[in-house]
Design a protein around this ligand. Sequence first.
Ligand code: FAD
Length: 304
Amino acid sequence: MSRVRRVDILVVGCGPAGLQAAITAATWKMKVLVLGKPGKSALAHAHVSDYFGVVGPIDGSELLKNGLAQAKSRGVEVVEEDAVELSRDDGLFKAKTEGGLTVLADAVILAMGARRERLGVEGEDRLLGRGVSYCAECDCGFFRGLNVAVVGDESAAAYAALLLADYASKVWLVSEKIMFSRFLLEGLKRKGVEVLEGRRVREILGENMVEGIVLDDGSKLDVKGVFIELGSRGVLELAFHIGLLPDENGYLKVDRRQMTGVEGVYACGDLCGPPLSLAKAVGEGYVAGFSASNYVRSKRRGMD
Ligand SMILES: Cc1cc2nc3c(=O)[nH]c(=O)nc-3n(C[C@H](O)[C@H](O)[C@H](O)COP(=O)(O)OP(=O)(O)OC[C@H]3O[C@@H](n4cnc5c(N)ncnc54)[C@H](O)[C@@H]3O)c2cc1C
């Protein structure tokens, strides 16, 4: 039997951006439904210590649990299923979920996060959040006085290594082929970063915490942290369905109200691009929830 829900605002994505958007829209008395699995949010793997008002480190999963309870306490309906289709039909947006639910809404907020490029080596998944990180800014503080490696070829990797050089006792930058400027390379050398060009990581060692990495020539680096800086892209498959295209870096473009190029569609969080951080996701989620609520109210006034 097909199930149908009619709401004011549909939020796709159950991470901090989507949940904050839902909380804000519910505060403005909107009927809101959120689709997505909180356990698949990037925040579920984080130990946060750089978010306003949180001294930390606090488990990201704890923040998600609180955000979810907060949204539900304001009347937000959360359906822990992925959206598999999104379309526009007769002035309404229509989403279908993997479980066969159909959601009809006046406005949509997209908050599906970003996909970080993975190294794809043994140990990467097991040790995520246990020494493996995709965010130097977020996690640098945990590596004071320790040895770390940064993996990547482009300027993001160089900037991560420069930042980490202020915290770690020793930083290696492992790059298959350096694609950043000579100026950055000189900066790295001045800061004592050891650049290993033409090398690849073969394996990340450790059971519960990172204990080292093995390179393709068989050598081992004694590190407690591995920062993977290979880039990221927004999760945008659903956005294509309603005619939204990514920018040249693979993210969704929005204006200051978090509105996309399609009327009634807002976006927030990691899928709108860097910095990929909790504070930005929550701030954008707040603005998207506020703007989408205004849109729905003015749509109603136009129909009076
Ligand atoms: C290991 C790690 C550590 C981090 N540490 C920090 C830190 O210390 N400080 C900091 O500021 N930031 C940190 N970050 C970054 C932070 O977690 C992200 O910036 C933040 O979670 C982005 O929020 P978001 O809601 O945009 O995306 P996400 O949190 O990734 O949530 C996206 C949601 O969308 C859902 N989704 C995707 N596709 C669909 C679909 N088709 N239908 C329905 N739902 C869908 C996903 O399942 C998920 O629930 C860290 C990230 C990682 C990976």
